[in-house]
Design a binder for this molecule. Structure first.
Ligand code: CA
Length: 227
């Protein structure tokens, strides 16, 4: 009946959560592999093709943040972080490291499954890069392309680029960018400079043109030539 089963890598060490989630996910017709520790998680995601990775933050051997960073070196697979309330890492840390989503324990299973499905459909929609020249931003999949080459951006880099793209040719201040990207997060405004520097370096692999311009004392703008 169902042609393809989506594959989930469930990185979780709590046996009762594993047993419960596995049953729920299999009921939803997912294929589930389980990694009960960080080493197994690394081994499985490098060997297998997964449509979504559920990543518990507190795992034996390696924590979820370390694993997330390893995944993001080579894979754009959607990653949903599963965090406990009292953990030291915050949301921004995970998003900066490239997580697509996160849930807090105890989570609502139906909500988690809905998030898994949403993240998988985002990922699937971007598997074929659009044809064309210049910059292309796909907000559904959180991917950016230049001349059909995917530019591997962190979530923050993507959001800054997408914001400047939406306001092409208009100067945006660092504060406006922070507000747009982080919402209520009050960070150092040099977080914008650092991210813009990274985006420029990544774009430089595909174009000689200056895509993001600096306006001294004001902020940044993106040229509309690539639209
Ligand atoms: Ca755990």
């Amino acid at each position: 009946m169902n042609m393809t089963q989506n594959r989930i890598l469930l990185c979780e060490d709590e046996e009762n959560i594993v047993a419960f989630l596995r049953a729920e996910l299999e009921y939803e017709n997912f294929r589930v592999d389980v990694a009960p520790d960080g080493e197994t998680a690394t081994r499985l995601f490098s060997a297998g093709e997964y449509d979504c990775i559920l990543l518990d933050v507190m795992l034996p051997e390696k924590n979820g943040l370390e694993i997330l960073r390893e995944i993001r070196k080579t894979h754009r697979t959607p990653v949903i972080m599963v965090t406990a309330r009292k953990e030291v890492f915050d949301k921004v840390t995970f998003l900066n490291a490239g997580a697509d989503d996160y849930v807090t324990k105890p989570f609502d299973t139906l909500e988690l499954i809905a998030r898994i499905k949403r993240n998988i459909s985002r990922g699937a929609g971007a598997q074929t890069a659009p044809q064309g020249h210049g910059l292309y931003i796909c907000k559904e999949s959180y991917r950016a392309y230049f001349a059909d080459n995917e530019i591997k951006l962190t979530k923050t880099e993507f959001e800054i680029l997408a914001f400047l793209f939406d306001h092409a040719e208009k100067v945006k201040t660092r504060e406006e960018i922070i507000r747009a990207v982080f919402g209520d997060f009050y960070g150092e405004s040099n977080i914008v400079d650092a991210n813009v520097k990274n985006i420029r370096a990544k774009l430089a692999a595909y174009t000689q043109q200056e895509v993001i311009h600096t306006v001294r004392g004001k902020g940044y703008y993106l040229t509309a030539i690539m639209r």
